[in-house]
Design a protein around this ligand. Structure first.
Ligand code: 5GP
Length: 177
């Protein structure tokens, strides 16, 4: 098991690149079959979801649209607990099949606060794909339709997720030692 340092903290490998890629392909396959004949719009939440969104999108065979939006900021190792309004959502969601792409759902507050803003626009359907889920940490239950991995309530970095700005480039997921 590899141990790496990001800023002042040590992290150890938790999910390998192979394990991640296999799971992302499985999620893409599920989406391909469930959205056959449709044209989903993927709304990816920045910054953390960029790598998951990119890998997932490469394995899609259905026609699909994609956009990135920015929501709350997450500073340090605790959820900021405050969700700001979205930036960059220019698409009209009316009648669309929307799939929200998240890096990680922790307490659920971010999505809980944000989903009503999207449903207000009356998409035809709205599902959530999150790469990671800390189900033990749930405070605001949100229905998650596609989950990469359910992980323990420990801080993780890599595969798009950062610790104070660093670690997003890592191909694996690392857990705080
Ligand atoms: P929630 O609103 O569900 O509590 O938190 C969601 C957001 O918190 C995620 O989009 C992510 O930015 C951040 N977050 C929660 N847990 C972790 C973690 O273990 N590592 C990192 N890097 N970010 C996390």
């Amino acid at each position: 098991m590899a141990v790496i340092n990001v800023h002042d903290k040590s992290f150890e490998t938790y999910l390998s690149e192979d394990v991640i890629q296999k799971r992302v392909k499985e999620i893409a396959a599920a989406i391909n079959s469930e959205y056959a004949g449709k044209r989903p719009l993927f709304i990816c939440i920045l910054n953390g979801s960029f790598m998951f969104a990119s890998d997932l999108f490469k394995h899609l065979t259905v026609e699909a649209e994609l956009c990135f939006i920015k929501l709350a900021s997450y500073k340090g190792m605790k959820s900021s607990g405050k969700v700001v309004t979205s930036i960059g959502l220019e698409e009209d969601l009316f009648g669309k099949d929307v799939i929200i792409v998240e890096d990680i759902v922790d307490t659920g507050k971010t999505l809980h606060d944000f989903l009503p803003k999207l449903s207000h626009q009356q998409p035809r359907s709205m599902k959530i794909a999150t790469f990671l889920h800390k189900s033990e940490a749930t405070e605001y239950p949100v229905k998650l339709d596609y989950v990469g991995f359910d992980i323990p309530n420990k801080f993780v970095v890599g595969y798009g997720l950062d610790y104070d700005g660093l670690g997003r480039n890592l191909k694996e997921i690392y857990q705080l030692v």
